[in-house]
Design a protein around this ligand. Structure first.
Ligand code: AMP
Length: 117
């Protein structure tokens, strides 16, 4: 699937849509999910244009891959999630991925069940 430059996260990166930023550096932007599924629900997106995790791993240079995972860790540290957290990356149709720009969900702030994503 080619990258759709009109997806909602591309618009957030272009500052066309507002977001509640948690953390940002040259590789990632992290912001609160607009429809939280847990007490803490934050999304981490790479600044590069990748449809999903598979596209990212297949095409991103190593520094962007390192930067994405480091950005997730820095976001977790910023949120001070001392009781733990869950990371979810939906990929492709069967996962229910809605937005075609790679994103990692950070879920935390309560005891998580299987129903949390
Ligand atoms: P997924 O189903 O893995 O593609 O997750 C997409 C997530 O993006 C959902 O949890 C939505 O609530 C969230 N979302 C969609 N639009 C926005 C937005 N403008 N700002 C923040 N989160 C959003």
């Amino acid at each position: 699937m080619p990258y759709d430059t009109n997806n909602v996260f591309a618009k957030i990166l272009r500052h066309e849509i507002p977001n509640k930023t948690v953390y940002e550096n040259e590789f990632v932007l992290s912001f609160y999910d607009i429809a939280p599924k847990a007490k803490v629900h934050v999304l981490v997106i790479p600044k590069g244009s990748y449809v999903d995790f598979q596209d990212f791993i297949d095409h991103a240079p190593q520094n962007e891959i390192d930067g994405f995972f480091q950005g997730i860790l820095s976001t977790v540290q910023t949120l001070q999630l001392t009781n733990g957290y869950r990371l979810v990356i939906n990929t492709g149709k069967d996962s229910g991925q809605e937005v075609p720009h790679l994103h990692a969900h950070i879920l935390a702030g309560e005891k998580l069940s299987v129903d949390h994503l």
